[in-house]
Design a protein around this ligand. Structure first.
Ligand code: AMP
Ligand code: FE
Ligand code: FE
Ligand code: ZN
Length: 274
């Protein structure tokens, strides 16, 4: 019988709240049989996760979530099944993380310019050794009592187009796809309903994307049907998952609710072998 696979999960190696151990524990409780940990610009969870997964009876497949830019738009690309020890890939991930740190500094400066006395230290405290992102800044703003809620931080300050917004170092989708492919992996367009219109979707298919994340909490049944049609029409693979960040942002119920069948994972493996 096919099992449940959640192929979009975050840990404390990026903006998730849980350690790999805690996440795998929760995944087991949620009845998942396969997971992909897809931290932003970081694969640090993987080594530990493989061993823990084996002990918990959960298959862990390598994953990562990269950010690419198309003009002003930010497009997320999920990579699976790559060799996470690939030096070219790791060199780029290290660069992306370095640029994230510089961007966090620029955002803090902008906030300070807006008379919001957030310190970089409190942001880095949130991020720990993980890839620093805007969610850490939002959490720091809330914890320091400078903003009411996580979402308010994005709405008022750090969301796209807001006064403390800053772009990070970004590559094009074609470059992100090439990075994953050179490391032997498959690339998927993450949560297309966020920012991707039809024209861009077709451009990404032309750029060589292997598949689309069809199942995601932000997708309505109509969107899911739509992307399923596109996957079929263009002979693409599908993917899906909860984008679970550890229960801090109203995603407590997401684990075990948004998943694909393990057959979907089998299709990915077959594509890699063909
Ligand atoms: P970053 O990669 O640092 O740009 O942070 C992007 C992450 O911030 C996304 O993966 C979301 O989890 C979160 N995010 C982005 N925009 C918003 C928003 N408007 N409201 C809440 N969370 C957001
Ligand atoms: Fe995230
Ligand atoms: Fe994303
Ligand atoms: Zn994500």
């Amino acid at each position: 019988m096919d099992g449940k696979a959640d192929l979009h999960l975050h840990t404390s190696f990026s903006d998730g709240a849980l350690s790999p151990r805690e996440l795998i524990d929760r995944a087991r409780q949620a009845g998942l049989s396969t997971i992909a940990i897809t931290d932003h610009d970081h694969t640090g969870a993987l080594d530990e996760a493989y061993g823990l997964g084996t002990l918990a009876g959960i298959e862990v497949i390598p994953g990562v979530e990269l950010s690419a830019s198309v003009g002003e738009q930010d497009v997320h690309i999920l990579g699976y099944f790559f060799d996470h020890r690939d030096p070219g890939l790791q060199e780029h991930l290290a660069l992306f993380r370095q640029e994230r740190l510089k961007r966090a500094e620029r955002i803090v400066e902008k906030l300070n310019g807006l008379r919001i006395p957030l310190s970089l230290a409190s942001v880095l405290d949130q991020a720990g050794s993980g890839a620093v992102g805007r969610p850490h800044i939002a959490n720091a703003l809330v914890d320091e009592g400078l903003t009411g809620t996580y979402h308010e931080a994005f709405l008022k300050y750090i969301g796209f187009g807001k006064p403390a917004y800053e772009k990070k170092y970004l590559v094009t989708p074609r470059e992100a796809i090439a990075l994953i492919s050179r490391a032997g992996g498959l690339s998927f367009l993450a949560h297309p309903a966020h920012a991707v219109d039809e024209k861009l979707l077709l451009e990404l298919i032309a750029a060589g994307i292997d598949g689309i994340e069809v199942i995601h909490p932000s997708h309505s049944p109509e969107r899911i049907a739509h992307y399923t049609g596109i996957v079929t029409e263009y002979f693409l693979l599908s993917s899906g998952g909860s984008d679970f960040h550890g229960g801090k942002r109203n995603d407590r119920e997401a684990l075990g609710r948004y998943f694909v069948s393990t057959h979907t994972v089998e299709m990915m493996r077959r594509r890699l072998q063909s």
